[in-house]
Design a protein around this ligand. Structure first.
Ligand code: NAP
Length: 415
């Protein structure tokens, strides 16, 4: 007999959708430290609409966007959604997952109940006028992030997604590995391949901030796979070793420098001299690690306020700083003289389109990019893992929680 709710890991028969589910949930009154913001609750299973798919979540990846969601800053995601007409007083985060298709809505093509899948993180309106006029869906005004801006993400037994978000799970991956590469991997892939002519060419030096972090570990591998020469920035020796094992040519420890943050005022000559000495020493260290006097043609950015002045300074003439985040803050300084005289490019980049998600999945399936899962935790520890991320105390690589998967290392289940 169908039950109204199943325990985590107590699999219902394929295609049987219960009324309710277990979820790790953020509420407005709990905004703050991620470890408290996320709490396990029972909630209704979301209903799917036209061209939507209900996925039984086996594992979910942990990402920085739900650190922001837990804090309620810089965006209160629950209030923002309610302003757009949503009724829910809660947020189910989680912007990547592996799982099994449990139900499909009308009009769904190329996806069937029972498919083993990986879910990509963004959605858009395929009928949006800008997309119909040829704009990349990631640049569409209709684009938004599932499990962050949108509700019913992967920190729940079931999640509701659009059919184009669904990709075939590489069969060689465990549920947790399949759940942990898409968001950081596809974002890094777009940063390094989308913004022609600034794509990684064989031999190109590339500077990668946070090389041992979620984005960084994927960027090192993608740059290597494309024949580039990745140099990673880290904050301790273990992370340095980790990056070298992944394929970094060498590393720079950012704690050896102290010129970080906003730039000094141009009128403060002494402070400017000190800042310039710091940034030049960093640049020299880059040359030393690279083994030649060449600046990075591409700087892979996401650390933001603290590092942008350095990124813009060390970036090669005619090179690109490509940025997708601002972990250390958003108000960054750019000395525009270097931007125009040296004809550098500062390029924003945000997640990835469907083709880029398919491309990173292919690289992972072929073993050219490892998902780098360092931590696999039980479902109830979603808050703890986000807290570790917020405190920058998480181990190198990507992290995942098992949702309905019964144990780490499982690649499939018999249903
Ligand atoms: P992560 O796993 O926490 O890695 C970030 C790394 O940044 C850390 O390992 C840390 O390495 C480094 N870092 C922290 N504070 C720093 C500072 N003040 N200066 C320089 N480096 C610092 O996070 P992630 O998953 O890679 O995500 C990084 C950022 O990108 C987040 O802000 C996230 O929201 C954003 N993001 C955006 C998108 C998008 O589509 N727009 C997608 C993914 C992520 P060390 O301490 O070793 O230097």
């Amino acid at each position: 007999m169908k039950k109204s709710i199943y325990a985590v890991g107590e699999h219902p028969p394929l295609g049987v959708v219960p009324e309710r589910m277990h979820a790790s949930v953020i509420r407005r009154e709990r905004y703050g430290a991620p470890v408290h913001a996320f709490q396990m609750e029972e909630l209704p299973v979301p209903r799917i609409g036209h061209r939507q798919v209900l996925v039984y979540v086996m594992a979910a990846g942990i990402n920085y966007n739900n650190v922001w969601a837990a804090l309620g800053k810089p965006v209160d995601v629950i209030s923002a959604r309610q302003k757009r007409g949503a009724a829910e007083e809660y947020h189910i985060g989680g912007s990547e997952a592996s799982g099994i298709v449990w139900a499909v809505g009308q009009g769904v093509v190329d996806v069937a109940v029972g498919d083993r899948v990986v879910i990509s993180s963004c959605r858009w309106d395929e009928h949006a006028r800008d997309i119909r006029l040829g704009r990349d869906p990631m640049a569409s005004e209709s684009q938004s992030v599932w499990g962050y801006e949108e509700n019913f993400g992967s920190f729940a037994q079931f999640t509701c997604v659009e059919d184009y978000q669904v990709h075939r799970k590489p069969a060689n991956l465990s549920w947790e590995a399949a759940a942990a590469y898409m968001l950081t991997g596809a974002t890094a892939y777009r940063q390094l391949t989308h913004w022609a002519p600034h794509v990684v060419r064989p031999g190109d030096p590339v500077l990668i901030w946070g090389g041992a972090g979620g984005l960084g570990c994927m960027a090192i591998q993608i740059v290597s796979a494309m024949g580039g020469r990745p140099v990673a920035v880290v904050s301790d020796d273990d992370k340095a070793e980790y990056c070298r094992r992944l394929g970094a040519l060498g590393t720079i420890n950012r704690l050896d420098f102290n010129h970080w943050g906003r730039m000094p005022d141009l009128d403060d000559a002494a402070a400017m001299t000190e800042w310039t000495a710091g940034v030049r020493a960093f640049g020299k260290q880059f040359w030393q690690v690279l083994g030649e006097r060449r600046n990075p043609r591409i700087v892979f950015e996401h650390s933001g306020e603290s590092t942008i002045p350095t990124s813009m300074y060390v970036c090669d003439i005619d090179g690109m700083v490509v940025i997708c985040g601002g972990t250390s803050g958003y108000m960054a300084d750019v000395d525009l003289r270097f931007l125009w005289m040296r004809q550098k490019r500062l390029q924003g980049s945000h997640f990835a389109n469907t083709q880029e998600c398919a491309a990173i999945t292919e690289l992972v399936a072929r073993g050219l990019v490892d998902p780098c899962v360092s931590t696999t935790a039980p479902f109830a520890q979603v808050g703890q893992l986000h807290q570790m991320m917020y405190d920058n105390e998480h181990p190198p690589g990507n992290m995942a929680v098992l949702v309905n998967a019964n144990e780490p290392g499982m690649r499939d289940i018999a249903l």
